[in-house]
Design a protein around this ligand. Structure first.
Ligand code: RIB
Length: 274
């Protein structure tokens, strides 16, 4: 995984505040997060061997993030230290588990892939909380590259052409022309996900019903699960079914990493559904 490491400062309120509104929420909770770190621990929990290429600050938060990655079995040998503070995400949740997130990238902006050989990884996944240059570099040097265009931003056509698959949610995909993407998956939250090839819908999968506590990080678990399945040579259809179920199961706990499913759990849910 090539991506961000953030500490998530999470506060739950009755509703999400409107612009200009102040609401009173519950006690703030500090949790490990960041799309790169979330995807790395999710893939490791699904049984994959995972390295995270990321940058954290020389601060206590950086130590907290590294300890959390290690505890999940993620290789942190390529986690770099920056003079900027560790990335922080300010997350507001409402009672239905919907969220709003503002990220202060800090050290994530300093990540560099210089001197790192990406050729040894079966699949490389990146997201967009790091610099566009690093994303382009990763796309160039990976055997199989997956780009999760989250948060959404412009991506050079050359980078999009190098992607085995582009993964986006319904908001993020608005920035792209699906017809121009060879393979693209759009996640639809509780409605599952859809796979397009050059703009043509090839598969749509519904999500299992679960009791949703917190949707933060569900997309990350989806991406990790899809990448793990591709690395294991699953068919694109099976990979999509697996990833949709994994993403749904991830919404059952608090925090982006609070309900990471194991491979066995995902297969049990898939077997129940068939
Ligand atoms: O995708 C969820 C993640 O987005 C959070 O963990 C937060 O850190 C932001 O990066």
């Amino acid at each position: 995984m090539v991506g961000s490491c953030n500490v998530d400062l999470v506060v739950r309120g009755a509703t999400l505040p409107r612009p200009g509104e102040t609401i009173v929420g519950e006690d703030v909770v500090r949790l490990p997060g960041g799309k790169g770190a979330n995807q790395a621990v999710a893939a490791a929990t699904l049984g994959a061997q995972v390295s995270l290429l990321a940058a954290v600050g020389r601060d206590e938060t950086g130590e907290f993030m590294i300890a959390s990655l290690r505890a999940h079995g993620v290789d942190v040998g390529h986690v770099q230290r920056s003079d900027r503070p560790t990335g922080t995400a300010f997350i507001t949740l409402d009672q239905n588990g919907q969220n709003q997130i503002v990220v202060a990238p800090g050290a994530n902006a300093d990540l560099s892939l210089e001197g790192i050989d990406l050729g040894g990884f079966d699949v490389v996944v990146a997201q967009m909380e790091i610099s566009a240059t690093v994303v382009a570099d990763a796309a160039n040097r990976s055997k199989r590259f997956i780009l999760n265009v989250a948060p959404a931003g412009p991506v050079a056509p050359a980078v999009l052409n190098q992607c085995a698959v582009v993964i986006a949610n319904e908001i993020e995909i608005e920035l792209f022309d699906v017809a121009q993407l060879a393979d693209c998956i759009v996640t639809l939250g509780a409605r599952g996900a859809v796979h397009y090839q050059k703009g043509r819908e090839v598969l749509r999968v519904g999500a299992p019903r679960v009791e949703v506590v917190d949707t933060v990080g569900a997309g990350d678990v989806f991406c990790a699960a899809y990448a793990v399945q591709l690395a294991r040579h699953a068919s694109a259809d099976n990979a999509l079914r697996f990833a949709v179920t994994a993403g749904a199961l991830a919404t059952r706990g608090v925090g982006a990493q609070g309900a990471l499913p194991t491979e066995k759990e995902v297969h049990e849910w898939l077997a129940r559904a068939s």
